[in-house]
Ligand binder design. Structure first.
Ligand SMILES: *[C@@H]1O[C@H](CO)[C@@H](O)[C@H](O)[C@H]1NC(C)=O
Ligand SMILES: *[C@@H]1O[C@H](CO)[C@@H](O)[C@H](O)[C@H]1NC(C)=O
Ligand SMILES: *[C@@H]1O[C@H](CO)[C@@H](O)[C@H](O)[C@H]1NC(C)=O
Ligand SMILES: *[C@@H]1O[C@H](CO)[C@@H](O)[C@H](O)[C@H]1NC(C)=O
Ligand SMILES: *[C@@H]1O[C@H](CO)[C@@H](O)[C@H](O)[C@H]1NC(C)=O
Ligand SMILES: *[C@@H]1O[C@H](CO)[C@@H](O)[C@H](O)[C@H]1NC(C)=O
Ligand SMILES: *[C@@H]1O[C@H](CO)[C@@H](O)[C@H](O)[C@H]1NC(C)=O
Length: 462
């Protein structure tokens, strides 16, 4: 270096040469690295074909963009760094102003043909256009991509599930004889770095990333590096939007035991609540994949509550049937007796009314008599007439009193009749139905609590 500077100073006229070696292009010219130099593009860059190319891999998880349980699809956004050695690249940085690395377009160099086994869709975004070469012949490619990958989801514990998705990196055609694939980071590093750069996690909480290197056992096998991304679902929203509403409907169903069995209100209320649960079940159907062998716990929860509510609906129907039976039997049993007494009642009432009315008529006619008596010529029977009129008046007053008394009697009679109807004792079936209701309620509450405890324990353990 010092010598070169000295030479430069000595031959100032040739100073252009000194400056030239400071540009990146000088390095490329020195390497003869041009756009279509076959040496760099066509073949694996080793001087001896028996020597494999060591490719090291580093993967960082930038974001969890989407997880579709229904389609078993996992879409992460990852950052991959791939490094390997190129035997044909090397220069002395001292000759080139200390340049120790150069960025060049990716197309002018050979690249390992890495692929991800789980990937189902090619990333639409173009790959990074540059790679970096170093003075020692190391080549590094950094790339970020949205991976659309398949991932077997285990939805048994939904929405308290933990999912693990694999990203298996391997070469498409090269065997372990040609290409050795190694991860350059270990699990704890990958987890820590991913946590640092993580941008968005969708509804998931990133737990860790495990790196597994599966070395090929024989030269014809392939090295596979598996990155397992473990994540936990944030279940709060599902609890609020799904588990609690179903539970509330169950509470409503429990509350419906307070509604009277008479009339259809209880029945229609229960049916409505049951339908509401069905709607929630339909929503669930859209989320969960149909491919899981085990019925997910949430489906058990839903179906269990549905079944319990249906049971209570059946009980209501049965109780209503019993009560109906009771009123039927009552009407047939006491048909003759009751009809007689009723008709008697009615007759009595009718008689009473007619009596009353006749009485009133009579009173009126008396009045008329009174008036007509007043109108008759007074000269004929003045004394008798007066006598008659006073008599009539007295009679009239007496009758009026009687009428009032009769009215009062009518009232008390009506009251008596009503009270007799209310005090009617409940029939055998009604009493049975009421007892059944009580027993069933206790049974129902017990079963519901047992069921809920069972489900939540199962959720907690698994
Ligand atoms: C550079 O490549 C050209 C042809 O592409 C060749 O003639 C030349 O000898 C090469 N130089 C070196 C130093 O490899
Ligand atoms: C510049 O590079 C040429 C070869 O490409 C070399 O002969 C010359 O010594 C270099 N100049 C300096 C100052 O390093
Ligand atoms: C590339 O060179 C620059 C300076 O020229 C240096 O800062 C950087 O660390 C180098 N990168 C690598 C990967 O060596
Ligand atoms: C993920 O990879 C690990 C390690 O190779 C393996 O044990 C596990 O079965 C894989 N999981 C899936 C879902 O493929
Ligand atoms: C991972 O690598 C770091 C440094 O390279 C080291 O300190 C750490 O112990 C390693 N962890 C494991 C689990 O190998
Ligand atoms: C990652 O998390 C899972 C689940 O919590 C655990 O089983 C596994 O051991 C963890 N792996 C590492 C490397 O910490
Ligand atoms: C795989 O091979 C590399 C060296 O090529 C070695 O460092 C690593 O421990 C091996 N891994 C296993 C699991 O055998």
């Amino acid at each position: 270096m010092i010598l070169a500077g000295f030479l430069c100073l000595l031959f100032l006229t040739d100073a252009v040469n000194c400056q030239d070696n400071c540009s990146y292009q000088d390095v490329l010219n020195y390497l003869n690295l041009t756009m279509n130099n076959e040496l760099f593009i066509m073949t694996r860059p080793v001087k001896n074909y028996k020597q494999p190319t060591y490719v090291s891999l580093e993967v960082l998880l930038y974001a969890i963009l989407d997880v579709v349980e229904k389609e078993q699809k996992f879409i992460p956004y990852v950052w991959t760094v791939t490094r390997w050695h190129n035997d044909f690249i090397s220069w002395d940085p001292n000759q080139f102003c200390g340049i120790d690395n150069v960025s060049v377009p990716t197309e002018i160099l050979w690249k390992p043909d890495l692929t991800i086994e789980e990937m189902t869709e090619k990333d639409k975004a173009p790959p990074s256009p540059y790679l970096t070469i170093s003075d020692k012949g190391d080549v590094e490619v950094q790339n970020d991509q949205v991976l659309v990958s398949t991932c077997r989801m285990h939805t048994y514990n939904f929405p308290f599930d933990i999912q693990s998705c694999n990203l298996s990196f391997k070469s498409v055609i090269h065997t372990a004889k040609d290409l050795r694939l190694q991860p350059s980071d270990n699990s704890s590093e990958a987890t820590e770095w991913s946590r640092e750069v993580m941008r968005t996690q969708y509804e998931w909480l990133f737990i860790n990333m495990t790196v597994t290197a599966n070395n090929a056992s024989d030269p014809l096998g392939q090295d596979i590096v598996v990155y397992t991304i473990t994540m936990k679902r944030r279940s709060v929203l599902y609890i609020a939007n799904f588990l609690l509403p179903v539970l509330f409907f169950l509470c409503l169903d429990l509350a419906s035991f307070l509604i009277s069995d008479r009339g259809g209100e209880k029945l229609s209320f229960k049916v409505t609540v049951l339908l509401a649960v069905t709607v929630l079940q339909l929503i669930l159907n859209e989320i969960l994949p149909s491919s899981s062998n085990k019925i997910p716990l949430i489906a058990v929860y839903c179906i269990g509550i549905f079944a319990l509510m249906m049971l209570s609906l059946f009980e209501t129907i049965f109780v209503m049937y019993l009560m109906e039976k009771d009123s039927e039997s009552e009407s047939t049993e006491t048909a003759g007796d009751q009809s007689l007494s009723e008709s008697c009642d009615k007759q009595g009432k009718a008689n009473f009314y007619s009596c009353h009315r006749e009485l009133q008529k009579w009173i009126q006619s008396a009045c008329v008599c009174d008036v007509s008596a007043d109108e008759t010529p007074s000269e004929l029977l003045p004394v008798a007439e007066e006598d008659n009129s006073t008599k009539l008046r007295e009679e009239y007053h007496a009758l009026e009193k009687l009428s009032d008394e009769l009215k009062a009697m009518e009232k008390t009679l009506a009251l008596l009749l009503n009270s007799r109807k209310e005090e009617e004792k409940p029939g055998y079936w009604t009493r049975l139905a009421k007892r059944l209701n009580k027993v069933f309620f206790i049974f129902y509450v017990t079963i519901v609590s047992l069921f809920l405890v069972f489900i939540f324990l199962k959720w907690n353990i698994a």
